[in-house]
Write a protein that binds this ligand. Structure first.
Ligand code: CMX
Length: 444
């Protein structure tokens, strides 16, 4: 496989760099940690390494050094489509090289041969209550397939070796990336389309086949490709990527690690925000303007009511980014070209003007600008995916590209089991110089 040959070469170069850093420069200090970082979700602490993507707070994400517009321009395009091959994004994330059309097509063929979803996964999904959240089904489907893990088999048969562990990890990553769109579409058609599963079509690429299995006509194939490419990775510290890295560090395989990551993605402050945005916009249109596009004043009133009830404005803000998310802008560009008259898109555009000044005026929000989730739901809605609790599954299919590339590299470079140290509140107070309260003060 061209991908595997290129990856093997890169791994041997990268191992030399990592070994040198550890052996010769292991004592070099790179950061200091404050109490607010320790108590406040480890924000900004530099404690993980990945070369797959880097999130600059001012510029946004770069995949292997390329900005989103560069990735969209340079990756080989699917014949007849506007968007690149999703497979090309995985090739880039894994090897750091923009693949040729031949390299992408070889990988696409490889993935096609791994698409089949085991029958027992379908049985498990069918045994679940139909009103279970699609992310619950998606997570369960992934963990159920753990018995297929080639890495677990390799480990259990006593073959574990730090030099070769990445190879069965790559096998698992390829299997899972190929199966996730089938799993997602199966859940969608079972839950929302009267159990009418559409089988995979072997001559279609990953994005095209997903659109086909969802039963949605063009240009939804390009929507799927764009969506999966944009959601592929956001460096390693976000909840889903970090969870997979943590679980994988115990030498758990891809199925365990990625199902755990999906449980994190299902949180309202992370991947669930895209469904929250659509729900919130529809509530806005229903309560403020009788289902029509609201005026700026009606919109402002709703934003303020959201904030005063103690809720966050979904789709706005970010833990690292400090500007408008370039993934928002890439989707906005697509929406302007394909659905600019859609009433929900009009509301999304109005929110882009109205929300940032309101959030800024609170004085505490570090980033008042929209993130990826503020834009993605409306595009799905426009093409008929109106069941918004499904949107996080779409995010989860895309996120596998970066997270699983990282897991392969984690094993290639033999990263250690993750085990940060915790401290007690007493210790923090002592380091802060706070005198210990006496017993009388404590009971007062
Ligand atoms: N609406 C209202 N208040 C917000 C806000 C928003 N969109 N974003 C941040 N704030 C508030 C925080 O709740 C926090 O308030 P308290 O001090 O009272 O707790 C304060 O501003 C400071 O927060 P921050 O440092 O700017 O942001 P955090 O790193 O704590 O949180 C995030 C980041 C994404 C969880 C937060 O901005 C948020 O809840 N946004 C809405 C949900 C959302 O869109 N999530 C998707 C994130 C995208 C992704 O997963 O990639």
């Amino acid at each position: 496989m061209l991908l595997k040959d290129q990856l093997a070469e890169k791994i041997s170069q990268q191992r030399t760099r990592t070994t040198k850093l550890l052996k010769e420069f292991g004592d070099v200090k790179i950061d200091e940690v404050t109490i607010s970082q320790v108590v406040g979700g480890m924000r900004g602490i530099k404690s993980m390494v990945t070369d797959i993507s880097y999130l600059d707070p001012e510029e946004g994400i770069r995949f292997r050094g390329y900005t989103i517009p560069e990735v969209m321009e340079k990756l080989p395009k699917v014949p007849g489509g506007e968007m690149p091959y999703v497979e090309g994004q995985f090739y880039l994330l894994l090897t750091g090289e923009i693949p040729t059309l031949e390299e992408v097509q070889e990988l696409a063929e490889e993935l096609k041969s791994r698409r089949a979803l085991p029958e027992y996964v379908k049985d498990i999904l069918r045994a679940m209550p139909r009103d279970a959240h699609p992310m619950t089904m998606f997570t369960a489907g992934i963990v159920a397939m753990q018995r297929e893990s080639k890495f677990a088999k390799y480990y259990n048969e006593g073959h574990f070796n730090k030099n070769t562990a990445w190879e069965p990890m790559l096998e698992d990553a390829l299997d899972l990336i190929a199966k996730l769109p089938v799993l997602g579409a199966y859940i969608y058609r079972m839950k929302y389309r009267g159990d009418t599963f559409i089988p995979s079509t072997p001559d279609l690429d990953l994005g095209g086949d997903f659109a086909n299995m969802m039963g949605i006509a063009k240009p939804y194939d390009d929507v799927a490709r764009m969506y999966f490419i944009l959601h592929a990775d956001h460096e390693s510290g976000n909840v889903s990527a970090h969870t997979a890295h943590l679980v994988g560090s115990a030498l758990s395989d891809v199925y365990y690690a990625y199902s755990a990551a999906m449980a994190g993605l299902a949180g309202p402050l992370h991947g669930l925000a895209n469904q929250e945005v659509l729900k919130w916009i529809q509530e806005l249109m229903k309560t403020q303007s009788g289902g029509q596009v609201p005026t700026q004043d009606e919109l402002k009133k709703f934003v303020e009511a959201t904030l005063s009830s103690g809720q966050v404005v979904p789709g706005y803000g970010h833990a690292v980014l400090r500007k408008t998310d370039p993934r928002y802008m890439a989707q906005r560009e697509f929406a302007l070209a394909h659905l600019k008259d859609d009433p929900i898109f009009k509301v999304v555009s109005m929110l882009f003007e109205v929300v940032p000044p309101i959030l800024s005026s609170l004085g505490k929000v570090k980033n008042p600008w929209p993130n990826v989730d503020a834009q993605s739901g409306v595009i799905q809605w426009h093409y008929g995916v109106v069941e918004y609790d499904f949107y996080t599954v779409l995010f989860g299919i895309g996120r596998s590209l970066g997270v699983l590339a990282n897991l392969v590299w984690d094993r290639a470079l033999g990263y250690s089991i993750e085990r940060p140290k915790s401290v007690t509140t007493d210790m923090l107070e002592e380091w802060a110089g706070i005198p210990k309260p006496n017993h009388a003060e404590l009971v007062r």
